[in-house]
Design a protein around this ligand. Sequence first.
Ligand SMILES: Cc1cc2nc3c(=O)[nH]c(=O)nc-3n(C[C@H](O)[C@H](O)[C@H](O)COP(=O)(O)OP(=O)(O)OC[C@H]3O[C@@H](n4cnc5c(N)ncnc54)[C@H](O)[C@@H]3O)c2cc1C
Length: 474
Amino acid sequence: MSRTVILGAGFAGQYAALVLQHALKGKGDHKITVVNPFPKFTYIPSLIWVATDQLPVDKTQIDLAPVYRRLGIDFIQGTATEIHPDDDFVMVRTTEGPDERVDYDYLINATGPQLNFDATPGLGPDKGYTHSICSPPHAEATAQRYRELVERLETGDRARIVVGTGHGDCTCQGAGFEYISLLHNDLVDRGLRDQVELRWVSNEPCPGDFGIDGFEVRRGSMMFTSEDMARAVFRDYDIAWDTRTAVHAVEPDRMHIENAEGEYRELPFDFAMLIPPFKGKPIRYVGRDGRDLGGELTNKAGFLKVDAGYGKCYEEITADDWPRTYQNQTYPNLFAAGIAFAPPGCMSKPCASPNGTSISPSIPRTGYTSELTGKAAALNVAELIQGREPCHSASLAETAGMCIASMKNSWTRGTAAVIGIHPIVRNNGLYPGHGRNLDNSAVEMGLAGAWLKKGLHYAFLYKLGAKPLWRHIP
Ligand SMILES: Cc1cc2nc3c(=O)[nH]c(=O)nc-3n(C[C@H](O)[C@H](O)[C@H](O)COP(=O)(O)OP(=O)(O)OC[C@H]3O[C@@H](n4cnc5c(N)ncnc54)[C@H](O)[C@@H]3O)c2cc1C
């Protein structure tokens, strides 16, 4: 019998649990335990609709307990606080009772990001003055503030809205891009758009970089880039923008920003949604002697190191440095997937202002990518359980990435940008020139995309709820 513990029931952890349960079916008595602080899975990509007051939050969630009961997976509602890799156990804080020790033979850390609002004074909804779309309670609170703003606009007020990233090292610009596009279209529909100045503030080198070094697709004999796309959208939607910009501090009605030239400015706002930087969840890695193993096992941001080529600068990192198996190299029974694994570096070129401020987008990991890494980790655990070596690979320098950016949420008048790139990380060895296979890269914008975006919402909730034939949904 083997015991696998999966920390986190997001895209990576939930998919890993389903894939592992399926891989071990009929192969003996194996125990899988999922630890997650909340009893529900949340389809985070749809929080952009929650935060624009277009979808109730419960429509983005499914209950985990019935899924696990059906599949024979154990569930602990709690938060992992310590991992003891020398002694193979995790300490879990539950809402009731004392901390629980959970022993494992294999562990997959899929705990996602810690929203690091503290990195920028005044950032975030709890201790600061900006809103967030990154968690269900944040998205609901943002919807409430947006409703209040709309009421003010309806009395004839004017407003300045700023959307983007709240620190020089942020990621997840795509979600911000969706949010500002949705706000624009919602305000147009309400007849209020003329009363609002919309501004995009981001650490990306240029609009449309999205922290993935942008992308390009062929249009007949022409090349079309993500920068062309984002600039066209911003011009069409009358959105002003500041890119290569770090937010230093936020006050109740203004934010202090610095650009790559080292120029400081103040940006006034009435409503701001800024994505925070991400770091690893505050889980301690404790050695047998009580030693803190964090410095050895995690990168500076606190994400767990796996089989990547670490310690190289941006220019030195090659496709081979991107992890394949997601197995930690010190403790072979330890894996990390989704946002929880430490990447070898950035995809977009890092930059520092003359004042030394880092303005360098971190690498984003989408839901689909998180699932792929969770699947690879789960299948590799299954190999180890059966006495074989990990052989399942999900290198970001080899796998395709897919994302649909919702810009207007409507069955009849909606629009979304459907983006497919291959591979996610530029691989100049395989694809000299652009580092990507342009025959497999595409972007389309329109109503069909809006339908697809809605379709994905239902498809993912169906698949991650392990409904019949879930395995056949990619
Ligand atoms: C607003 C927004 C919009 C997005 N839109 C898209 C999109 O359109 N398409 C797309 O592909 N991606 C999108 N993404 C990115 C996508 O949501 C992430 O890639 C994905 O959620 C990462 O999955 P994960 O499993 O690594 O982390 P998460 O989804 O964050 O899951 C981590 C899980 O671990 C749990 N956890 C945390 N700490 C602990 C602990 N100590 N112990 C146990 N469990 C713990 C959490 O509660 C959570 O359930 C969006 C992200 C945001 C924020």
